[in-house]
Structure formats: C-alpha cells, structure tokens
Ligand binder design. Structure first.
Ligand code: GZL
Length: 340
C-alpha cells in the first residue's frame, strides 16, 4: 500500500512540475515577467523557440502586430514564443536580446524601436549562432551579417501615397498650411513618412509645414501635441498624422476646442496604419485619407524560418503590399472584409 501511495505521489508531483514548465504566459511570473518555464530557459520537446523583442503596445497597429506573432508562433503550431514588450525603450530591447542569447533560442525576431545602435547586441546574437530576423522598422548597420533579413513596409512610399492624394485634392490651392505630428523620432516609419511629406513640400511651393512635433505614435501624446498646435495656430488646412492613434488624440483635442475637421470641411486629416479604428473614422469622414501599414508579419516570419530550416536564404529585404482609403469612397464592406 505504502509503495502504491509513494508511486501515486511521484506521478502527481511530476505532472504538477510539467504543467508549470509548459505554461506559456499563463503561470505566475518572476520579476522579469517570465513564467517558471521560461526562466528555466526551456528547450521544450522539439519545439522551435522564437525570441521576439517587440517595441511595445503603444498603438492599435502594434497590438495587431503582436497578435499576428502570437497566433503564428503558438505552441499548438510547434513553437515556443518568448515575447518581451520593450515599452518603446531600446535598452529594454537590448536586455531582451541578451536574454534570448543566454537562453539559446533558435531564432530572434526584432521589431526595432529606432534604426541605429544595434551593432553590439546583434553581434552577440551572431557570435551565439542565432539567426536574427528584423520586422517592421529597419536597422541601420555597416555589417550586413548581423541579421538574416528584413520584412516590413515601404514607409517612404506610404508618405508618397499620402502626398499624391494631397496634390490632387488641393490642386490649384495657392497656400496650404500643414501641421505635422510625427511618430517615434528615428524610427523608419517616422523617417519614411516624414520624407514623403517633405518631398511634397519641396515640389509644391505654396505648401508650408508651420509646426512639426512627435506624438510617439500614442493617442495621449497625439492629443497633447494637437492642443499645443491649436494654442498657436487657427489656420491649419491639413493635419498630417503619422499614425491612427495620434490622429484619434488630435481629433479629441479639436473636438474640445470646437475646431471642425473631416472630409466635409475644416482640417483635412491624413493618417497612417488603416487600423480598424482608423478606418471607422475614415468611413465617418473624420479622417480624410488613411494609408495602410500592414501589421500581419507573423506568417511572413514563419515562412522565413521555414526557409532557413530548409537551408534556403530568404530575400534580404521584403516589402509588404499596402493600399490606401479615401473617406469619399471607402465602404463598410471593405472594412468588414479586413482581419484587423
Ligand atoms: C509602422 C509601425 C508604427 C505604426 C504605429 O510599421 O512601426 O509603429 O505606424 C506603431 O502605429 O506604433
């Protein structure tokens, strides 16, 4: 009887230990936000371990990007995803990459908050023999061997798409007063979208950017920047806003200041991302033109990992296809047909 009870105890105890090791974000977390399993640097039964350093959770776009990565690299699909949210701080991304190296993950995926300063930490990953895949924003480095490939948006093209629409809409208008709310300064999205606008300003002598400030892609800061703009200017024709969440904040500020905006009069708002919320605002005529930035990188990264597993080299640079939406033509069906 005693032997039987002893065996039973061992079975129950070991299964409890197994459950806690396999919990992925479900179990209690240590100070670094890791479950017992993650902290023990697991190499679970043949699963591919992917370390993902994510910028943060600053916007609807970012949340859709995170969902795409989590859905793709789910345990049911044969992966163990270690995701770390950097709260938009590069130093947190350095720490995450070093944790992934120490845990000997199979692949590192980096969504870099800004373009520069990555050489040292990416060299540590390279020296550890861990392939690095960059998504979304770009990394600027003199050493191309520090990462395998990049997949993301052509931000310069996004800006150009918005400016082409502006040139059509405001054709013949002598003067155009533009307010510009930027994303994270030094991020590829901000650099490209700003370059796109600047090219338009250089081409159209009557265009004038009277104010430019960063809202760091967040709704709260978008509102704060717009409040400052409205306190100084009462003649803004166009608000060029580098993502939907900052546009939502700016709209709140204009509502509170009784400043009209939208496709039927007042300030013309140009936005980027074309998230569900952004497209609803476009359908409502609040945002006049919304340029898509596609966040669904999970399947794209999985394809790259499969290629690497088969010994094939993926394309070094891969741009995703994107479209744009005009408040005067967008339809409910278009919005409902989209997955984010
Ligand atoms: C663009 C991405 C930007 C989005 C913002 O690919 O880096 O960061 O435009 C997000 O919404 O915060």
């Amino acid at each position: 009887m005693k032997k039987y009870l002893m065996t039973l105890f061992c079975i129950v105890f070991s299964s409890l230990v197994l459950v806690s090791c396999n919990e992925n974000d479900g179990g209690k977390k240590d100070a670094a936000g890791r479950t017992a399993g993650e902290a023990a640097s697991p190499k679970p039964d043949g699963r591919i371990v992917v370390g993902f350093s994510q910028v943060g959770a600053e916007s609807d776009w970012r949340r859709a990007n995170t969902i795409s990565m989590r859905d793709t690299f789910a345990e049911a699909n044969g992966y163990r995803l270690l995701m770390r949210d950097a709260q938009q701080k590069q130093t947190n991304q350095f720490a995450a990459i070093r944790e992934f190296v120490q845990k000997k993950v199979d692949y590192i995926v980096l969504a870099p908050v800004t373009e520069t300063g990555w050489d040292d930490v990416l060299k540590e990953a390279k020296d550890a023999g861990i392939p690095v895949i960059i998504i979304d924003r770009m990394v600027k480095t003199a050493d191309p061997s520090l990462y395998v490939c990049w997949v993301g948006s052509d931000f310069r093209k996004e800006g150009g798409t918005a400016v082409t629409w502006m040139e059509k809409k405001f054709k013949g208008k002598e003067k155009l007063i533009i307010a510009h709310i930027q994303g994270n300064i030094g991020s590829s999205a901000q650099i490209g979208r700003t370059e796109g606008l600047q090219a338009g300003v250089d081409r159209n002598l009557g265009w004038k950017v009277v104010v430019r400030d960063t809202g760091n892609f967040t709704q709260v800061q978008g509102k704060e920047v717009m409040e400052r703009i409205l306190s100084e200017y009462n003649n803004i024709d166009v608000l060029y806003c580098e993502n939907d969440n900052m546009a939502f904040g700016a709209m709140k500020a204009m509502d509170e200041a009784n400043v009209p905006y939208g496709s039927r009069g007042g300030v013309t708002i140009i936005s980027f991302d074309a998230t569900r919320g952004g497209l609803e605002a476009t359908l409502a005529g609040k945002i006049s033109y919304n340029v898509e930035c596609n966040p669904l990188h999970g399947p794209r990264v999985e394809k790259i990992i499969q290629q690497l597993k088969e010994g094939r080299l993926p394309n070094r640079i891969a741009y995703v296809d994107e479209m744009a939406f005009d408040a005067t033509t967008i339809t409910r069906e278009e919005i409902d047909a989209r997955s984010y």
